[in-house]
Design a protein around this ligand. Structure first.
Ligand code: KG4
Ligand code: ZN
Length: 333
């Protein structure tokens, strides 16, 4: 039997999970509400909150899995990419736990873990598969050849898709993080109400900065004519923005499927919780005869279950690290 404790602390969620023989038994997430009033994640505040949350979060994960600390066989932690101060808290905790209990330590790449969340529940994709990983910090198309053999074949040249949602939300006077709110309001709006540009970017790369500027100019121009423009058109604005972000993402994913010939297609990361993206991906999958994989909501945004499952697959291979391991703010998939 293999009992893995997974620890995630790369951004603003402190999370701990227990995975037993590849099955997730607990996944506790402490969300940091403090950042909302600043309109974005404040790194120093995030590190301090991780420091406060980490022990109770791990205790709860162990309790909920109905095991004790003595039962844990290995500790997996997020090494990067992420905020360095936040990563340091999870890394230091994992190292101390492993040292105290004399058990192996496993490093996990956060972007790989988002993708490996597809191996938590059935149905699981077959290798090779394509994964569109869309989060607050990343937008990538990855050709996944094996658990830890992944090739980056496209990425954003400027903002990430989650950033595009959050920055647009700010222009629309919505609180941080704006992605989920745009999703909610978009469901009541007309996606064809406002025409927004699709950037002309070569290859499988993305750009979202032009879209953000287009929305800013649109809103500024309309507000001069009608001071209550945002209140009057909020739902239509959200629907139009979401529709454009989704079409930018899916047009490149379709191109990637065509170039590679791969028909198992997945999405991962916080933005994969978006209902418009999920719906359009299913429709595209039916049209092109893909097998589509979309994670459960709780495994889309940052969580330790994805770290624990990635850790489990490294445990099976005996891929451990030593106590001198350090976190990395930047780390490729
Ligand atoms: O993966 P994640 O939890 O954290 C990072 O590693 O970045 O992703 C967070 C991002 C935020 O930008 C948030 O606005 C976005 O995911 N997000 C959404 C939705 N839920 C979360 N964006 C659009 N629609 C959603 N339903
Ligand atoms: Zn993430």
């Amino acid at each position: 039997m293999a009992v893995i404790l997974g620890i995630e602390s790369s951004c603003d969620e402190t999370s701990a999970s227990i995975c037993i023989d590849g099955e997730i038994r607990s996944n506790i997430i402490a969300t940091q509400a403090i950042h909302a009033k600043y309109g974005g994640v404040v790194p120093e505040l995030a590190s301090r909150a991780h420091q406060q949350n980490i022990i109770p979060t791990v205790d709860q994960a162990i309790q909920q899995a109905k095991i004790t600390k003595n039962d844990v066989d290995a500790v997996a932690f997020t090494r990067g990419p992420g905020l360095l101060g936040s990563l340091l808290v999870g890394t230091s905790f994992a190292k101390s736990f492993a040292l105290a209990r004399q058990i192996p330590l496993i490093e996990v790449n956060h972007m790989q873990a988002h993708i490996l969340a597809h191996f938590i529940d059935e149905p699981k994709p077959n290798f090779p598969f394509l994964c569109l990983t869309v989060s607050g910090g990343h937008t990538q198309i990855v050709l996944v050849k094996d658990y830890f053999d992944m090739e980056l074949i496209g990425q954003t040249l400027d903002d990430a898709a989650g950033e595009a949602f959050d920055k647009t939300a700010k222009i629309l006077n919505l609180p941080y993080p704006g992605g989920p709110l745009i999703d909610k309001y978009a469901q009541q709006g007309d996606s064809k109400a406002f025409a927004l540009p699709e950037p002309n970017i070569p290859d499988l790369n993305f750009s979202f900065s032009g879209l953000k500027t287009a929305i800013l100019y649109l809103v500024q121009g309309e507000l001069k004519k009608n001071p209550s423009f945002l209140d009057d058109h909020l739902y239509d604005l959200c629907a139009s923005v979401q529709d454009r972000i989704v079409s930018i993402l899916l047009n490149k994913l379709r191109k990637a499927a065509k170039i590679t010939g791969v028909k198992d297609v997945a999405i991962a990361g916080g933005v994969s919780a978006n209902s418009g993206l999920r719906k359009s991906l299913y429709e595209m999958g039916e049209k092109y005869k893909w097998k589509v994989f979309i994670p459960k909501f709780e495994y889309c945004t940052d969580n330790a279950a994805m770290i624990a499952i990635a850790g489990y697959h490294k445990y099976l291979k005996g891929e451990f690290v030593e106590q001198d391991i350090a976190p990395l703010a930047r780390l490729n998939v």
